[in-house]
Ligand binder design. Sequence first.
Ligand SMILES: Cc1cc2nc3c(=O)[nH]c(=O)nc-3n(C[C@H](O)[C@H](O)[C@H](O)COP(=O)(O)OP(=O)(O)OC[C@H]3O[C@@H](n4cnc5c(N)ncnc54)[C@H](O)[C@@H]3O)c2cc1C
Length: 738
Amino acid sequence: MPDYGHPLEFGAFITPSNQPPETPVLLAELVEGLGYDLVTFQDHPYQPAFHDTWTLLSWVAARTERIHLSANVHNLQLRRPALLARAAASLDLLSGGRLELGIGAGGFPEAVSALEEAIPIIRGIWDAAERRPLRLAGRYHSVDGAKRGPAPAHDIPLWIGALKPRMLRLIGRLGDGWLPSYGYMQPGEYPKGNAAIDAAAREAGRDPREIRRLVNIGGRFSAAGGGFLDGPPAQWGEQLAELALEQGTSVFILASDDPATLQRFAEEVAPAVRVEVERERGRAGTSTGAVRSSAALAKRATGIDYDALPASLARVAVEPGDARHARLAANYLRGGSPGLVIEARDVADVQAALGFVGAHPDVPFGVRSAGHGISGRSTNHGGIVLDLRRLNAIEVIDEQRRLVRVGPGARWLDVARALEPHGWAISSGDYGGVGVGGLATAGGIGWMAREHGLTIDHVVAAELILADGSLVRTSAEEDPELFWGIRGAGANFGVVTAFELVADEVGQVGWAQLAFDASDTAGFLERWGAAIEAAPRILSGEVILGGRRGGTRVAQFMGVVDSDDPDVVLRTLQPLAEVAPLVDQSVVITSYPAVMSNVSGAPHSATGEPHARSALLHHLTPEFGRWAEELLDAGDSYFFQIRAVGGAVSDVAPEATAYAGRRANFSLAAMAGPRSRIDERWADAAPMFDGMYLSFDTTGGEEAARMAFPPAHLERLRALKRRVDPGNLFRDNTNIAP
Ligand SMILES: Cc1cc2nc3c(=O)[nH]c(=O)nc-3n(C[C@H](O)[C@H](O)[C@H](O)COP(=O)(O)OP(=O)(O)OC[C@H]3O[C@@H](n4cnc5c(N)ncnc54)[C@H](O)[C@@H]3O)c2cc1C
C-alpha cells in the first residue's frame, strides 16, 4: 500500500459532553496548547448529555486560535446539506479557514444514494463564483434555486466516515478524505478499504492521492508490549509510522478525554511518528507536494505553466479550482476570472512572482493593491494577478518629520485610522476602500487636495521591485528620474512594495453634504465652478450629477473644510451654498477617518466591464456647462463627477512629477453605460480639456498614455521605461510602450 505523501497531522476526538458544559471546550484548548492540528467531536444531536455539535464547534472556534475543527462526523440525515454547507462556510470564515467537514450518511439502506446527492449540493452552495442559482433535484435531497455562497475561507475538504464497499467507491469518486474508526474494522479491512477507494478514484479519472486517509484511533499506554496501541509510547510511534508509510494514513485522531493521555500522545508519540515518517520518506524519495484535484486541474487557464510556479509560491497561489478564488477574482468595478492569483506576503514573493510572469509574456498580468482601479486592469480573464493586499503594514518611522511607511495593500481608511491618534492625515481620495498602491503611483485627488496637494506630493521615497526582480529604493536623491516617474505613471515601472510619505497635521474637519437643484445644469456648473475657484484652500470637494427626475436634476456636493471651528466651516461654505437652491444639507464637525469610513468590507463582486472617461479642465465655462447638460440629458453618463483640484496641486510645477495636469482646477470623471456615446462626446469636447487623470479613465494602453501625458512627459517616461522595463513586463495599464 502506498504512502500518499500527505503532511502528517494529529487530532483529538473529544466527547461533546455537556456535564459540566465547559468540559469539551477546556479539552479543546488543552489540545491546541499541546500542538494538535485538529480537534473533532461526534455529532449526535439526539443525546441530551451532549452539546449540539455545531454550537460546540462555533464556541470552540472562538476560544481557540490555530487548531482546525471538525465534526467526526455529521449525519446527513439530520443535517440538511444546503444548510450544513452554509453553516460550514460561515464558521470557516469566522475561524479564519479552520473548519473541515466530516460527514456520513447514517446507517440506512439508501445511504450511498443520499450522500451522492448531498455532496454536489454542499459544493454547489460553496461555489460562489457561479452566478446561476443552485438547482438539483434528487430523491433524498433537493434544492430549487438556492442562492450560492458564501465561499468558505479555504477549500473545506469533505471527509467521509464510512466502511461498506459501495460507500468506499463513492469516496473514491467524490470524497476528499476517508475517516473510519480503526477499532471498528476487522483485521485486513483497512488496507482493503484503501485499495477499494484507490480503484474507484482511478476509475473516475482521479489521482488516489486526492483523497486524504484519516483514522480514529484509541489505545492504552501500558508497560508491556501488547497488541495494537497497547504498549509504551515508542511502540505506538512505530505502529502509527507503519500505518502512515504502508497504508498512507496521514491524520491520526486520538479518541480520549483524558488530559494525561492526550498530553503523552502529543509529547511522545506524535514527534516519534513524524521523525520516522520523515526519515523514511526522505530515503524513499516520496513526493510530498500538494495534490490538486482533477476537477480543479480542469479549471486551469491555458497559457499558464502552473508546474513551473516556484515552490515558494505554492502556499500563496490561488487557482480557479480553489474556494478562495471566488473572493479574489473580481475588482471593485470590473469582473474577472484570473487563471492564477499570487497573494504575496513579502518582497521575496513579489520577486518570485515577477520571475514567473516574465516567462509568460503573452498572458495578461495585473498588479493589484486593493482592486479599486476604475479601469479594472488589476484583474483579468485567464491571466496572472499579483495581489498585494497582505503587504499592508502602516508604521510611523519618524515622529518629528511625520514620516510614515505604508505598504501598497493598505487601504486609505486604514491609513486615516492609523494616523488620527497622532493628529495627522494624508489627503488621498474620497473613498476609504481605495488602495495605497494604485493611488499613490497615479496621483491621489482627495478631500484636502486644494490645501495639501496630491497624495504623490507627500511621497518622499518608495521601494519597488523592477522587471528584472531587483529591489530598488527611489527618492529625490536615489534614482531621481525613477522617483519622478513613479509619481504619476508608477504602474509602468515596477511593483511598489513600500511608500514613505509625510503626513499633514489635521484635526477635526467640517464635512459638508449639500444637495442642489441643478435643473439649470449649465448655469449651476458655471456658478459652482466659480465659487470653488474663489473659495479658500481649506475647502475641497466634488459634485456628482446624474439624470433628471420629472425634469429636476439634483447635484450632490460633498466636501471637507479643514477646520474644526463651526463658524469658519459655515463661512467657507456659504458662497457655495448660494449657487443654486438647496434641497438638502448636512454639515458636521467630524474626524477625517469618519469621512473616509464609507467602505464595505465585502469581497469585490463586480461583473462586466466598466466604461469611464476623464478630463482635466481649467474652468467650468458656459460652453462646458452646455456640453455637460446635453450629455447628461441624453443619458450618456449615469455618474458625472467633478472634483476640485488647483490650489496646492497647482503649486507644484507640471514638469516636477510625471503627473502633468497641475494647471487644472477641476478633474472630471464620467461613468457610462454600454450604449453610451461618451467617447464621441469626449472627442467633441477635446479642445476644452487639458489632458486627463489616468485613474478615472478606462481607455488604457498607449492611447490613454497619450491623453494623460503631454509629449515632453511621454518622451521622458518612454526613456525611463526603456531603462527599467525594456520588455514591457508591466503592460496592462496606461501603458508607455518602451
Ligand atoms: C470608489 C472609488 C473611488 C475613487 N476615488 C478616488 C479619489 O477620490 N481620488 C483619486 O485620485 N482616485 C480615486 N479613485 C481611483 C483610484 O485612485 C485608482 O483607481 C487607484 O488606482 C486605485 O488603487 P487600488 O490600489 O485600489 O487599485 P488596483 O486596482 O489594485 O490597482 C490599480 C492599478 O494600479 C497599479 N498598481 C496597483 N498597485 C501597484 C503597486 N503596488 N505598484 C505599482 N503599480 C500598482 C496597477 O497598474 C493596477 O492596475 C477611486 C476609485 C474608486 C473605485
